[in-house]
Ligand binder design. Structure first.
Ligand SMILES: CCCCCCC[C@H](O)CC(=O)SCCNC(=O)CCNC(=O)[C@H](O)C(C)(C)COP(=O)([O-])OP(=O)([O-])OC[C@H]1O[C@@H](n2cnc3c(N)ncnc32)[C@H](O)[C@@H]1OP(=O)([O-])[O-]
Ligand SMILES: NC(=O)c1ccc[n+]([C@@H]2O[C@H](COP(=O)([O-])OP(=O)(O)OC[C@H]3O[C@@H](n4cnc5c(N)ncnc54)[C@H](O)[C@@H]3O)[C@@H](O)[C@H]2O)c1
Length: 295
């Protein structure tokens, strides 16, 4: 770990901020989001350790990263396919895997948690070395609640990426009242090093994007559930009428219906019988081959 002074970091008016230079990153959870975060961190020269509960899952995560990198290099190295192959090799070499969370975090400057959306499981994760910054990629849980299980709340924040991580430019950086300025600066700076655009947000429910996006998705589900419009027409309407790249039902499948439904009792998100039924049947969207649509 080292400290750096960088000029104006978005969201802060001071002309010089002190932040931890992040080189070694541990990502816990190698699913859709964890694999994507590992990929962008490794692509920008970080040494990444990806942690999950089994070697089989981790093998799948590396396959996902390789598949996504192939799509990235197809455009980036269109004229130089050999350089593209070399780039993929280098990035994959920057990623090691582990099922032992305690040892994986020992030399980390930053740990990003991207495991299942469950407060208790997130809180139970582990104890960390002193200097490490801990960040959660939670979609909807309170960062303060997750941090409350640790005695390191000054070095704890939210780092909320968007799916698919390699393509989506935004990162929401969330501070709680206990998060130190140095931690916030470090997370903002890290996001920029990943070539993302960070925005700052307080630890408020859904942060910015999900506070606005999830009610839209839920209204789309209810429209369909009531039979007001077909699922295809709802998606076409929002693509062509509102300029969204995906319709809300296609996007729900893309995110994962279990993730959308992870806080069904929240009045802001107000779940639906149809969504509960699909999740209960294991129809979680693209990742299981069926959600609102079949894949
Ligand atoms: C209460 C709980 C809350 C629940 C909600 C949770 C939400 C969560 O917290 C936040 C979110 O993430 S919200 C969700 C936020 N997310 C959204 O809202 C996503 C909305 N969707 C989109 O932005 C677009 O549909 C995509 C970018 C996904 C695909 O683009 P498209 O034009 O429709 O289709 P295309 O032509 O196939 O692809 C175009 C280019 O992208 C490339 N590519 C694609 N995937 C790739 C990957 N994984 N890797 C690498 N590359 C990838 C592809 O190769 C192609 O490259 P080319 O070189 O140009 O040929
Ligand atoms: N899916 C999205 O679009 C999206 C977007 C932004 C944020 N998020 C958030 O990111 C997190 C992960 O979501 P996802 O869609 O990648 O889920 P996912 O189901 O694809 O992946 C979760 C991974 O975590 C692993 N895991 C579970 N418990 C673990 C533990 N104790 N230790 C190590 N690994 C463990 C699982 O094996 C799985 O591989 C959630 O908090 C979610 O709310 C999701």
């Amino acid at each position: 770990m080292a400290f750096a002074t960088s000029q104006v970091v978005r969201g802060f008016s001071s002309s010089a901020v002190r932040n931890v230079v992040i080189k070694n990153v541990t990502i816990i959870g190698g699913g859709q989001m964890g694999a994507g975060i590992a990929q962008v961190a490794a692509s920008t020269g970080h040494s990444v350790t990806l942690v999950d509960t089994s070697d089989d899952i981790l093998k799948k995560s590396i396959k996902t990263i390789e598949g996504s990198l192939k799509r990235v290099v197809k455009k980036k190295f269109a004229d130089k396919p050999e350089a593209g192959e070399e780039f993929i090799k280098k990035v994959v070499q920057n990623v090691s895997t582990s099922t032992d969370v305690e040892s994986a975090v020992q030399s980390s400057d930053l740990v990003v948690e991207a495991i299942v959306e469950n407060l208790k499981i997130k809180q139970d994760l582990f104890t960390l070395p002193q200097h490490t910054i801990f960040a959660s990629n939670t979609s909807s849980l309170s960062i303060s609640d997750i941090a409350s299980s640790t005695s390191r709340q000054d070095r704890f924040g939210g780092l909320h990426f968007f799916n698919p991580v390699p393509m989506m430019k935004l990162v929401e950086v969330i501070g709680t009242p206990a998060t130190s300025q140095e931690t916030l600066d470090s997370l903002l700076n890290f996001s920029k090093v990943l070539r993302k655009t960070p925005v700052s947000c307080k630890d408020t429910f859904g942060f910015v994007v999900n506070r606005l996006l999830v009610p839209c998705i839920m209204e789309a589900i209810r429209l369909y559930e009531r039979g007001d419009a077909s699922k295809e027409d709802i998606d076409i309407a929002m693509k062509l009428g509102a300029g969204h790249p995906m319709g809300p039902l296609e996007l729900a499948d893309y995110i994962g219906l279990d993730i959308i439904n992870s806080d069904p009792n929240n009045p802001l998100f107000n779940s639906s019988d149809l969504l509960n039924k699909l999740v209960a049947e294991g129809k979680l969207g693209r990742k299981t081959g069926e959600g609102f649509f079949k894949y």
